[in-house]
Design a protein around this ligand. Structure first.
Ligand code: OGA
Ligand code: MN
Length: 204
């Protein structure tokens, strides 16, 4: 079944209220599949790199994904479609919420079966540039039994699990929501993005 795309205005309202929201069908099934194929091709060409945490220089047991950063001057056609739509959302959010988001950064992430990312906050220790986190999922026919939910910890002490279904976009305020990636039984692909404000000078 196809649900109509969520208008950007509704996304802005949800973020203003709750600080997070889930958007089904952010792209069409064909656009999402093209991104999944693109991600798999990079994985097969060994162009993914084991992810790092903060300033650590070695791969870490805190997260088990491998990533590939989008490069603004060398986007594939599917990446360009995604970046354009995310940028249109960024412009709407700036207009409706006055967030001052100046740019987006994005990377593919592939978690092997059993992979996870421990509970964390996306704000880097020495920078307040990341305002809004966005995670877009690329996994067709994902079942609850496959695991791999993103567990978002809410202010009231409860949590909410979001499964990585193809076409789903999760948005949350980077400074406010701790979250973790639970282990999955299947390979799990996503695009992790951050909408950034002009950072204040770091205070060490
Ligand atoms: C991250 C992250 C979540 C996901 O990369 O910081 O939390 O569901 N990713 O892939
Ligand atoms: Mn994160």
């Amino acid at each position: 079944m196809n649900t109509p795309p969520t208008p950007f205005h509704d996304i802005a309202s949800a973020l203003a209220g709750e600080g997070w929201c889930v958007v089904p069908d952010f792209l069409s099934a064909a656009q999402t599949r093209a991104l999944a194929d693109d991600c798999r091709a990079l994985r097969d060409a060994q162009r993914l790199t084991p992810a790092r945490v903060g300033g650590l220089r070695t791969a870490t047991p805190l997260r088990s994904d491998s990533t590939h950063w989008f490069q603004a001057d060398a986007l594939s056609a599917p990446q360009q479609v995604f970046v354009d739509r995310l940028d249109a959302l960024r412009v709407t959010l700036n207009r409706e919420l006055m967030l001052g988001l100046v740019e987006c950064e994005s990377h593919y992430a592939v978690y092997p079966p059993g992979g996870s990312y421990t509970r964390h906050l996306d704000r880097l220790r020495d920078s307040d540039a990341r305002v809004l986190s966005a995670v877009f999922y690329l996994n067709e026919a994902w079942r609850v039994a496959d695991g791999g939910a993103l567990r978002l910890y809410l202010a009231n002490g409860s949590s909410h699990d979001i499964f990585p279904h193809a076409g789903t976009l999760l948005l949350f305020l980077s400074a406010q929501f701790e979250h973790e990636v639970l282990p999955a039984r299947r390979e799990r692909m996503s695009i992790a993005c951050w909408m950034r404000q002009r950072a204040l000078a770091p205070t060490f």
